[in-house]
Design a protein around this ligand. Structure first.
Ligand code: FES
Length: 151
Protein backbone atom coordinates (compact mmCIF):
# COMPACT_ATOMS: atom_id res chain seq x y z
CA UNK A 1 0.00 0.00 0.00
CA UNK A 2 1.59 3.34 -1.04
CA UNK A 3 2.30 5.88 1.66
CA UNK A 4 2.00 9.65 1.41
CA UNK A 5 4.42 11.43 3.71
CA UNK A 6 3.80 15.08 4.57
CA UNK A 7 6.80 17.27 5.32
CA UNK A 8 5.66 17.70 8.91
CA UNK A 9 6.25 13.92 9.33
CA UNK A 10 2.61 12.86 9.21
CA UNK A 11 2.04 9.84 6.96
CA UNK A 12 -1.15 8.45 5.47
CA UNK A 13 -1.90 5.31 3.46
CA UNK A 14 -3.24 5.48 -0.08
CA UNK A 15 -4.81 2.91 -2.34
CA UNK A 16 -2.78 2.60 -5.55
CA UNK A 17 -4.46 4.72 -8.22
CA UNK A 18 -6.17 6.98 -5.70
CA UNK A 19 -5.44 10.69 -5.99
CA UNK A 20 -3.52 12.45 -3.25
CA UNK A 21 -6.66 14.41 -2.37
CA UNK A 22 -8.83 11.29 -2.23
CA UNK A 23 -6.30 9.64 0.09
CA UNK A 24 -6.16 12.75 2.30
CA UNK A 25 -9.96 12.88 2.56
CA UNK A 26 -10.14 9.14 3.34
CA UNK A 27 -7.53 9.60 6.09
CA UNK A 28 -9.28 12.74 7.42
CA UNK A 29 -6.10 14.73 6.71
CA UNK A 30 -6.96 18.43 6.29
CA UNK A 31 -6.26 19.49 2.70
CA UNK A 32 -7.45 22.64 0.92
CA UNK A 33 -9.79 21.98 -2.02
CA UNK A 34 -12.39 24.48 -3.10
CA UNK A 35 -13.66 23.13 -6.43
CA UNK A 36 -14.53 19.58 -5.49
CA UNK A 37 -11.47 18.10 -7.18
CA UNK A 38 -12.18 19.47 -10.65
CA UNK A 39 -8.79 21.06 -11.42
CA UNK A 40 -10.27 24.55 -11.28
CA UNK A 41 -9.36 26.21 -7.97
CA UNK A 42 -5.73 25.00 -7.62
CA UNK A 43 -6.02 25.23 -3.82
CA UNK A 44 -5.10 21.54 -3.53
CA UNK A 45 -1.68 22.09 -5.12
CA UNK A 46 1.29 20.30 -3.61
CA UNK A 47 5.00 20.11 -4.20
CA UNK A 48 6.23 16.56 -4.77
CA UNK A 49 9.31 16.56 -2.57
CA UNK A 50 10.23 12.94 -3.21
CA UNK A 51 8.71 10.29 -5.47
CA UNK A 52 7.91 12.19 -8.67
CA UNK A 53 8.33 8.89 -10.54
CA UNK A 54 5.76 7.17 -8.32
CA UNK A 55 2.84 9.43 -9.20
CA UNK A 56 0.74 9.35 -12.36
CA UNK A 57 1.14 11.68 -15.32
CA UNK A 58 -0.72 14.97 -15.39
CA UNK A 59 -4.31 14.83 -16.58
CA UNK A 60 -5.17 17.15 -19.50
CA UNK A 61 -6.90 19.53 -17.08
CA UNK A 62 -3.87 19.62 -14.80
CA UNK A 63 -1.55 20.01 -17.79
CA UNK A 64 -3.49 23.10 -18.88
CA UNK A 65 -3.36 24.65 -15.40
CA UNK A 66 0.34 23.87 -14.98
CA UNK A 67 1.22 25.36 -18.38
CA UNK A 68 -0.84 28.49 -17.74
CA UNK A 69 0.77 29.07 -14.35
CA UNK A 70 4.26 28.04 -15.41
CA UNK A 71 4.58 25.33 -12.79
CA UNK A 72 7.58 23.04 -12.65
CA UNK A 73 7.17 19.26 -12.83
CA UNK A 74 7.13 18.96 -9.06
CA UNK A 75 4.09 21.21 -8.54
CA UNK A 76 0.96 19.12 -8.90
CA UNK A 77 -2.75 19.24 -8.19
CA UNK A 78 -3.55 16.77 -5.42
CA UNK A 79 -6.99 16.18 -6.91
CA UNK A 80 -5.50 15.03 -10.22
CA UNK A 81 -2.31 13.27 -9.10
CA UNK A 82 -2.65 9.52 -8.74
CA UNK A 83 -0.47 7.75 -6.24
CA UNK A 84 1.35 4.69 -7.61
CA UNK A 85 3.99 4.28 -4.88
CA UNK A 86 5.45 6.05 -1.85
CA UNK A 87 5.59 9.82 -2.21
CA UNK A 88 6.53 12.80 -0.04
CA UNK A 89 4.57 16.02 -0.47
CA UNK A 90 4.36 19.57 0.79
CA UNK A 91 0.89 21.15 0.53
CA UNK A 92 1.43 24.64 -0.91
CA UNK A 93 -1.86 26.17 0.17
CA UNK A 94 -2.37 25.69 3.86
CA UNK A 95 -4.60 28.64 4.65
CA UNK A 96 -7.14 30.70 2.76
CA UNK A 97 -4.82 33.71 2.86
CA UNK A 98 -2.23 31.70 0.86
CA UNK A 99 -4.58 31.61 -2.13
CA UNK A 100 -4.45 35.37 -2.57
CA UNK A 101 -0.66 35.44 -2.26
CA UNK A 102 -0.16 32.63 -4.79
CA UNK A 103 -2.51 34.22 -7.28
CA UNK A 104 -0.50 37.43 -7.16
CA UNK A 105 2.84 35.65 -7.63
CA UNK A 106 1.67 33.48 -10.51
CA UNK A 107 -0.30 36.01 -12.48
CA UNK A 108 0.86 36.19 -16.09
CA UNK A 109 -1.09 39.39 -16.61
CA UNK A 110 0.86 42.61 -17.14
CA UNK A 111 1.03 45.10 -14.30
CA UNK A 112 -1.90 47.47 -13.97
CA UNK A 113 -2.06 50.91 -15.58
CA UNK A 114 -3.75 54.20 -14.78
CA UNK A 115 -6.97 54.98 -16.60
CA UNK A 116 -9.89 57.38 -16.20
CA UNK A 117 -13.03 55.38 -15.49
CA UNK A 118 -16.63 55.86 -14.47
CA UNK A 119 -17.66 53.33 -11.85
CA UNK A 120 -21.15 52.50 -10.67
CA UNK A 121 -21.07 50.95 -7.21
CA UNK A 122 -23.91 48.83 -5.85
CA UNK A 123 -23.91 47.11 -2.51
CA UNK A 124 -26.02 44.54 -0.75
CA UNK A 125 -26.53 44.74 2.99
CA UNK A 126 -23.80 42.76 4.84
CA UNK A 127 -22.30 41.49 1.59
CA UNK A 128 -18.79 42.81 2.28
CA UNK A 129 -18.51 40.95 5.56
CA UNK A 130 -19.82 37.76 4.01
CA UNK A 131 -17.60 37.92 0.93
CA UNK A 132 -14.39 38.68 2.85
CA UNK A 133 -14.37 35.13 4.19
CA UNK A 134 -14.97 33.45 0.83
CA UNK A 135 -12.75 32.19 -1.97
CA UNK A 136 -13.84 32.84 -5.60
CA UNK A 137 -15.70 29.52 -6.08
CA UNK A 138 -17.79 30.27 -2.97
CA UNK A 139 -18.53 33.78 -4.30
CA UNK A 140 -19.97 32.21 -7.42
CA UNK A 141 -22.25 29.85 -5.48
CA UNK A 142 -23.37 32.66 -3.16
CA UNK A 143 -24.10 35.00 -6.07
CA UNK A 144 -26.18 32.26 -7.70
CA UNK A 145 -28.15 31.79 -4.48
CA UNK A 146 -28.76 35.54 -4.22
CA UNK A 147 -29.86 35.70 -7.83
CA UNK A 148 -32.41 32.95 -7.30
CA UNK A 149 -33.77 34.71 -4.20
CA UNK A 150 -34.15 37.96 -6.13
CA UNK A 151 -36.06 36.32 -9.02
S1 FES B 1 -9.46 20.70 -5.57
FE1 FES B 1 -9.62 22.36 -6.91
S2 FES B 1 -7.97 22.08 -8.25
FE2 FES B 1 -7.82 20.41 -6.94
Amino acid sequence: MPKIRYMDSRTIDAVEGQTILEAAIAAKMPHMSECGGNARCTTCRVQIVDGLSTVGLRTPAEEAVGARKGWGDDTRLACQTKVLGDVAIRPLVQHRSDVFTFNLEESDQPAGKEQHLAVMFCDLRNFTGISEGMLPPRHYVYRQQLRHRML
